[in-house]
Ligand binder design. Structure first.
Ligand code: HEC
Length: 205
């Protein structure tokens, strides 16, 4: 077979594949149930398409009450989530500032001016001036929501359970985190009062 013929064969094969894909897509439009249909049967279309599902609020949307979730969360689970932060933050006592400030003792603390880090005016302007659990949750979900001109270039963590875990991790790196005033289930309460010893921060690169 000549090289030219082989080339034509390959091109023809690609065209066939393309047409098949096109055909399947078109057919799909006819057989796909409508959004209304899906919703009626209790499967909102977002649940099918979005990895996080409908309960996970998007930026600006309603956020679930994070406190009971923090009580239930494990600091150990937060270690894995904190890997997303660790390129810019340390959390242990005496840790260095990286692109962002060291986050030791952050929970309940005043916003900004940490460890000599130059805080943006936008972050300093957050109402209340304190890292309460709600403010932390809001900021970690979408840093631009509370500090539109803040300098933390991070998309945010959309899953409440991951935010709860990373906040629990930050609590375990905070000497006196504020008490969480939720009617916690009896089993979870002791964990809230005495956070476990700080698990090791993820490896730095
Ligand atoms: C790309 C780098 C980067 C990543 C990733 C990042 N941050 Fe930040 N973070 C920053 C910078 C820069 C600031 C300073 C923001 C400002 O001053 O506006 C900051 C500030 C903060 C503050 C406020 C500290 C203060 O000064 O009071 C908190 C809390 C925080 N980050 C938590 C996190 C958490 C939790 C994660 C991971 C889920 C994370 N950050 C991921 C860069 C980052």
């Amino acid at each position: 077979m000549s090289n030219k013929l082989t080339l034509y064969t390959i091109i023809a094969a690609f065209w066939c594949a393309f047409l098949v894909v096109l055909g399947v897509n078109l057919a799909g439009n006819f057989v796909m149930p409508s959004e209304e249909h899906l919703t009626k049967f209790g499967y909102p279309i977002e649940a099918v398409e979005e990895e996080s599902g409908p309960a996970e609020a998007t930026a600006g949307g309603p956020r679930p009450d994070i406190k009971p979730m923090i009580v239930a969360a494990k600091a150990e689970d937060g270690v894995a989530v904190f890997r997303k932060c660790a390129s810019c933050h340390t959390a242990e006592a005496g840790g260095k500032n990286l692109t962002g400030p060291n986050l030791h003792n952050i929970v309940g603390d005043a916003i900004g001016d940490r460890n000599g880090f130059k805080t943006s005016d936008s972050l300093k302007a957050i109402p209340g001036g304190k890292w309460t659990y709600e403010v932390l949750d809001d900021y970690i979900e979408n840093p631009k929501h509370l500090a539109p001109k803040g300098t933390m270039s991070f998309a945010g963590i959309k899953k409440p359970v991951e935010r709860a875990a990373v906040i629990k991790f930050l609590m375990s790196n905070t000497e006196n985190p504020p008490a969480i005033d939720v009617a916690a289930p009896a089993a979870a309460a002791p964990a809230a009062e005495a956070p476990a010893a700080a698990p090791a921060a993820p490896e730095k690169k």
